[in-house]
Design a protein around this ligand. Structure first.
Ligand SMILES: OC[C@H]1O[C@H](O[C@H]2O[C@H](CO)[C@@H](O)[C@H](O)[C@H]2O)[C@H](O)[C@@H](O)[C@@H]1O
Length: 717
């Protein structure tokens, strides 16, 4: 799981000769927020990135220099015309090799002095397979913990530079893993939940203080602590990190430093990202927040990808028009805004034409409209922050501030109800300011208001419904989730459109599963029922009309796990038309076994869904880890059928893994399979992985009593 990988070796791309000239393009515009002549848009970065010496654009911008910055710039100025033109591949390769060190070489592995090999929650996990898995996942924290030298980034010489943004003090931080070699903003909320389960509150506190340093210095929390992330943030979870930390430790002293900075961060979103929208439904005006990055250049860490999308795609794909300069600038801003959303990319959410051409990852991005979408999740997070800030001020006996924040929260909740809640489709949808209406497709972001403790308007006091009717409405609201859990073998998809983008179907992500589980936990006892949903569970007929925005026949197809069959889904509990003997749903649809477990006495529909979702996620993490070489070390008594035996080295080899692989924790999973990682998007699937480990450990800590040993599907190579 270690993220300190060895340096990628630069190579001349296939099909190019050493003496060929590297491509060039229109001169990049200087970016106000990113001032490095090496790591920010400019002639050097463009020339290196268009030379494509690495498989991943992010590799280069994470490399510290081996020589003083002035020497590196002087060496570059001697290449070709000094501005990146007339440079050969060989010259560029030599320049990069002699001037740059290993990516991530600017960081040091931290020593976790408080690390416990067996934190308390493990004693509550009775199953040997789960216990072994969770013990090993807990053991991954030291591999993802980093620190800096006393001066900040570790560099090779005086005057050497790197893209790393240092903190005020030398503290520990946790990286996601793989290509993500720095602290990430919203990832850290899920990481902190896991660290607290692992009794590493000292590390959680360090993370809070690192973020405090960033807000102090920049006025907001950047996407990650690299110079190229300075033009944007990510879903603003810092207030919730502080709240989670205080809830677990009772240590309110962190508020001395953090409370003013949390307020400052909220000001950043208010001033830079908030707009007024008049509701087409109530005609009322609301102040709501969206992702809106001020840039007109490529993201340095995805330079080639953005450059291709904006400058080159039209020449490569018939039907795509050339863009005017203004359109190009706007597209760069929309690309960066998509990255700010943390869901880079969801074509279903951010593109005007999500399915325009699903044979590549570029076409739908040409139609990005991120800046025009008012996102449900972002506003729900900010609402929760406002409520939390009100509580923090009350703790500090500042009634005036407490009331002011409570008032802001009430106003935002009204906006969320008015703009996002659709009372007939019974779900929260983003609001599109171009169409001036709610969007059609379902997205998992609709769980965020529930996570933030916003219950739909029908629950509120003024509602004309009686208790039983409210409970029925609530069950109907979650009937879509019930259906998805029954129909698909993996965890919940981000959206239901298979667009080739990583934040769309079929990918399933740790943060969204966590939010969905917490959403279910927030369903009031009185509305969660006293029995599971009626049979046939998950029937499409029970899903509120239009909730998915797609008819049942157009939902993604569920393959039968472990086979290459692509048999169209015939409906829950129904048999496939051409093969009456084959049932597509459990128990034959291996990997979906969590739906067949017997329910506990008095368990309501929301409890049952929560239990199944937690188990499904745990199954995804454990089974995919085992399929990639994870060893549970079980005795014959613990695993009499041998179903958890370690995967042989020859199978691993056939899967394209090293024969000594020891299990991978993936960045994302699939809604179709509990045995595999996710896919799609602009970079290779990453392992490590901070938020996956965080969610696994946090679920084990909070819901350990609900966990049962998963049934992993057979590994078919
Ligand atoms: O390099 C491309 C993009 O990568 C990041 O996004 C993805 O990874 C992050 C770290 O796990 C995660 O927070 C984000 O949700 C993922 O989509 C990065 O955050 C982007 O800004 C970057 O352009």
């Amino acid at each position: 799981q270690d993220a300190t990988s060895t340096a990628a070796v630069p190579a001349i791309p296939a099909g190019k000769q050493a003496t060929d000239m590297i491509p060039t393009g229109p001169a990049p515009k200087k970016q106000r927020h990113c001032v490095s002549s090496i790591y920010c848009p400019g002639p050097l970065l463009q020339a290196v990135q268009l030379a494509q010496l690495f498989n991943d654009s992010k590799t280069f911008v994470d490399k510290p220099t081996l020589k003083a910055e002035s020497e590196v710039l002087s060496a570059f100025s001697k290449l070709g015309d000094g501005k990146g033109h007339n440079v050969t591949y060989q010259q560029m390769l030599d320049f990069v090799t002699s001037n740059f060190g290993a990516e991530g070489g600017d960081l040091i592995t931290a020593n976790l002095t408080d690390f416990k090999a067996r934190p308390g929650f493990l004693s509550r996990i009775k199953d040997a397979a789960l216990s072994s898995f969770l013990t090993q996942v807990n053991g991954y924290w030291p591999l993802l913990a980093r620190t800096t030298a006393s001066t900040g980034a570790k560099t090779a010489c005086e005057g050497c530079v790197s893209s790393f943004l240092p903190f005020e003090k030398t503290r520990t931080f946790v990286v996601p893993g793989g290509r993500f070699r720095e602290l990430y903003y919203w990832d850290t909320y899920f990481v902190i939940n896991g660290l607290l389960a692992s009794e590493l509150s000292s590390v959680a506190k360090d993370l809070l203080m690192n973020f405090a340093d960033l807000v102090d210095k920049y006025g907001f929390v950047p996407n990650g602590n690299r110079i190229y992330y300075l033009n944007r943030s990510q879903p603003p979870m810092l207030t919730q990190m502080v709240s989670t930390y205080i809830k677990a430790t009772r240590d309110t002293s962190v508020l001395d430093r953090l409370l003013p900075l949390l307020v400052r961060e909220m000001g950043y979103w208010d001033v830079n990202r908030t707009v007024t929208v008049t509701s087409p439904y109530s005609k009322r005006e609301h102040r709501v927040t969206l992702y809106n990055v001020d840039t007109d250049g490529p993201r340095p860490e995805s330079y080639l990808e953005d450059f291709t999308t904006v400058e080159m795609a039209a020449a490569q794909e018939p039907g795509l028009a050339n863009l005017t300069e203004r359109q190009r600038d706007r597209l760069y801003a929309n690309l960066a805004s998509g990255a700010e959303s943390g869901m880079d990319y969801s074509a279903a959410r951010w593109s005007r034409r999500p399915l325009v051409n699903t044979s590549n990852t570029v076409s739908a991005l040409r139609y990005l409209n991120t800046n025009a979408i008012v996102p449900t999740d972002l506003n729900a997070i900010l609402y929760k922050n406002e409520v939390t800030l009100s509580r923090f001020f009350r703790l500090r006996h500042d009634g005036t501030q407490a009331q002011a924040w409570a008032k802001r929260a009430r106003a935002r909740r009204e906006a969320i109800h008015d703009l996002f809640w659709d009372s007939s489709r019974k779900w929260y949808y983003d609001f599109n300011t171009t169409a001036h209406a709610r969007v059609r497709p379902w997205a998992a972001s609709g769980f965020f208001p529930f996570w933030a403790n916003i219950l739909p308007p029908f629950v509120h006091k003024a509602s004309h419904l009686d208790g039983q009717a409210k409970a029925r409405e609530m069950e109907a609201t979650f009937a879509g989730l019930r259906y998805l859990i029954d129909r698909y073998n993996g965890t919940i998809a981000t959206t239901l459109l298979p667009t080739m983008q990583q934040w769309d179907s079929p990918n399933a992500w740790a943060p969204l599963t966590f939010i969905a589980v917490e959403a279910l936990a927030n369903v009031p006892r009185s509305l969660g029922g006293t029995r599971p949903s009626p049979a046939p569970k998950g029937s499409f007929a029970l899903v509120p009309k239009g909730q998915f925005g797609l008819p049942e026949s157009q939902l993604p197809i569920q393959l039968i796990t472990g086979t290459n069959d692509s048999i169209p889904y015939a409906g829950v509990g129904k048999t496939e038309a051409n093969d009456g003997s084959r049932e597509l749903m459990p128990p034959h649809n291996v990997g979906n076994a969590t739906t067949t477990q017997t329910t506990a006495k008095g368990e309501g529909w929301s409890d049952a869904l929560l239990r199944e979702l937690v188990n499904r996620y745990m199954a995804s993490a454990l089974c995919s880890w085992r399929a990639t070489g994870g060893n549970l070390n079980l005795t014959q008594q613990q695993d009499p059928t041998g179903s958890f035996a370690t995967v042989s080295s020859s199978t691993l080899e056939k899967e394209g893994l090293p024969t000594n692989a020891t299990g991978l924790m993936f960045e994302k999973f699939s809604m179709l399979n509990i045995n595999a990682a996710g896919s799609g998007g602009e970079y290779q699937v990453v392992t490590g992985f901070g938020w996956t480990n965080g969610v696994v450990l946090s679920f084990a800590n909070e819901f350990g009593h609900l966990l049962t040993r998963p049934e992993c599907p057979p590994i078919v190579v």
